[in-house]
Design a protein around this ligand. Sequence first.
Ligand code: ADP
Ligand code: MG
Length: 317
Amino acid sequence: MIRFEQVSKQFPNGTFAVKSLDLEIKKGEFFVLIGPSGSGKTTTLKMINRLIELSNGWVWINERKISDYDINELRWNIGYVLQQIALFPHMTIAENIAVVPELKNWDKEKISVRVDDLLNMVGLDPKEYRNRKPNELSGGQQQRVGVTRALAADPEILLMDEPFSALDPFSREKLQDDMLEIQRKLKKTIVFVTHDMKEALKLGDRICLMKDGEIVQVGTPHEFLTNPANDFVREFVGGRKIPIHLNELITQVPAGQVLSDTKTISLSTPVVEALEQLALLEQIAVEDNGKLLGFISRQNALKVMTQYMREGGQIHE
Ligand code: ADP
Ligand code: MG
């Protein structure tokens, strides 16, 4: 569907933003580009819709070089969502969504139906929101309109550059859920840039981790969690940070038991340290302010940890 072949980008000031990139994004795939700031994610994304010219190599869409497309044909067939909501302030929500369908000369009735469908899809009641101006919506609602506007003319491809990173955690999760639903219904090919691994693991069919303009690893969320290519990936995935609180590992609560010969740790002990102890001992006791809370057995700790790793998305700071 979208194929990068030895693509490089060097800016006039000499910066090599992308270095000989080879990458294939499949039709209908939710593809996430992730990496630290300055790793070349935005440059990669903008080369797809020719907002940035390639220095070397080729990008193909449906087996046709992007340079062979008429630029308008190309852009209209690619929706684009940015972090900074770029709705036109003097236009209503309905007018904002209708921009590309109008350019494509859809008839009024078809546009109107499309606007209502899209607003419904992202949970904004058309009767209430159609005629509002962007400043009469919250940040999360505006970004939802940004997504519907990008989808309005039914493009095959949707490019999203850190679209939710300016939102509060609640709106952000809601919009992530919306995106999964949209993807399930509409089967678009989505290229989504983020620097948040949790978001990438939640949304991506596949993830591509970049560093200094190069690919470090491409794979499914499962592969990132279970088979990181190197320490950089491991650190990015957060594999060294364990999300579980110690009290989630405690199994038996004793009735007035006091054990003198069991290794006892405090509830505030980092989980990693508790696990290190369990590498040596079958079980450890946990106390909080002198009160015995219970025990962690090696067997149970392993079981809980394995479950966490299987669920993948649970790994966070
Ligand atoms: P990311 O989106 O991963 O943060 P970018 O693709 O924006 O990274 O940038 C990659 C590298 O290219 C960075 O070093 C950045 O400073 C540089 N860069 C981006 N745009 C330009 C530009 N127009 N001119 C010169 N250097 C640029
Ligand atoms: Mg960027």
